[in-house]
Write a protein of this length. Structure first.
Length: 344
């Protein structure tokens, strides 16, 4: 059976072109700065995001953690959304490893944080308070429907940060999806930020890795932070080679994933017992809930879909994610399976 995996775009496997590039990659000791493939990946990344320099890291979580630990000192405070990945899904690393205090603010439905709330969260110069050091945004915003954060909003937050002598970090795990959805250049979306991290292992199809971009002096210090966290890798050009293919050939095709998500959402929205969130989907994520009108609950739905070769997580709020390995025929199979389970 050929599986259709809609659980996440992290399930993507490297393409044939990536596997060939990995097998033939020129490598060296990256901790010594001697891996030419890693150096090339970092140069391409910095250029695409409009930053001076970049550093290759094992994961998106480490990318964000390295950024926070490099920007902040112990006791500093980070202003971020209460639905952000950094706050919810990164094991509290900023506090555990950095002694950094989070100041979570409510995310709006589209992932933004109200400007007045950010402004109000900036601490006065008072010895009783932690020092406001950093603002974090997420683009696209995972828990808020995979929503792309508008360019002008990013610029507004950047201006607020500069006016108050704060820094801005952008968790851009899916920044290229945001750029496609907004019709913007990734450089524009990253320009207001002092640092940006993005994942190679999601829609770009590489098997692992993320990149953190910023000023040269920031990235130089980030290398120390990466080493501190055990993220110094050796002949890692084998993985970087796949990342280069992802940046060169996968970013331009992400609209296909978005279009397939819309096709699937359009078919599901009219089915009995299906309540759609964020319809139509803005990027490659569909969110739905099953109401009491549905024939089955989420666990039974997941089980029935698995029998048909389709994988989802049986959550109360079901997320379906399209990616390179979900083509048009797969979408039609999924629609037919939902129809068989929920309608016929």
């Amino acid at each position: 059976m050929e599986w259709i995996d809609l659980r996440s775009d992290t399930v993507t496997q490297p393409t044939k072109e990536m596997r060939k590039a990995m097998a033939n990659a020129e490598v060296g000791d990256d901790v010594y700065g001697e891996d030419p493939t890693v150096r090339l990946l970092e140069e391409i990344s910095a250029e695409k995001l409009g930053k001076e320099a970049a550093i290759f890291l094992p994961s998106g979580t480490m990318g964000n953690l390295v950024a926070l630990l490099t920007h902040c000192r112990r006791g500093d405070e980070v202003i971020l959304g209460n639905k952000s990945h950094i706050f919810l899904d990164e094991a509290g690393g900023m506090a555990v490893l950095g002694g950094i205090h989070p100041y979570p603010l409510p995310n709006l439905r589209d992932g933004r944080i109200e400007m007045a709330a950010i402004s109000g969260a900036i601490r006065p110069d008072d010895e009783h308070c932690p020092i406001s050091r950093l603002i974090c945004l997420e683009n696209t915003h995972n828990y808020c429907g995979g929503s792309p954060i508008p360019l002008e909003y990013c610029r507004e937050v950047g201006r607020l940060a500069r006016e108050n002598h704060l820094l801005l970090h952008l968790d851009g795990a899916r920044i290229f999806n945001a750029a496609v959805a907004l019709g913007a250049d990734p450089k524009q979306l990253s320009a207001p930020a002092d640092s940006i991290s993005f994942c190679l292992s999601k829609g770009l199809c590489a098997p692992a890795g993320s990149v953190l971009c910023g000023r040269e002096d920031f990235i130089r210090q980030a290398r120390r932070t990466r080493k501190l966290l055990g993220g110094g890798m050796r002949q890692i050009g084998i993985l970087a080679a796949a990342g280069i293919i992802g940046l060169r050939s996968m970013t331009a095709r992400l609209e296909e994933d978005h279009a397939r998500a819309r096709r699937l959402a359009d078919a599901l929205v009219g089915m009995p017992g299906v309540k759609m969130d964020y319809y139509p989907p803005a990027t490659n994520m569909i969110f739905l809930r099953l109401t009491n009108r549905a024939r089955v609950g989420s666990e039974e739905l997941a089980l029935e879909l698995k029998k048909r070769g389709i994988l989802i997580f049986p959550d109360a709020r079901i997320r379906l994610v399209t990616h390179y390995w979900v083509d048009d025929s797969a979408i039609e199979r999924v629609i037919a399976a939902f129809d068989e389970i929920l309608v016929k």
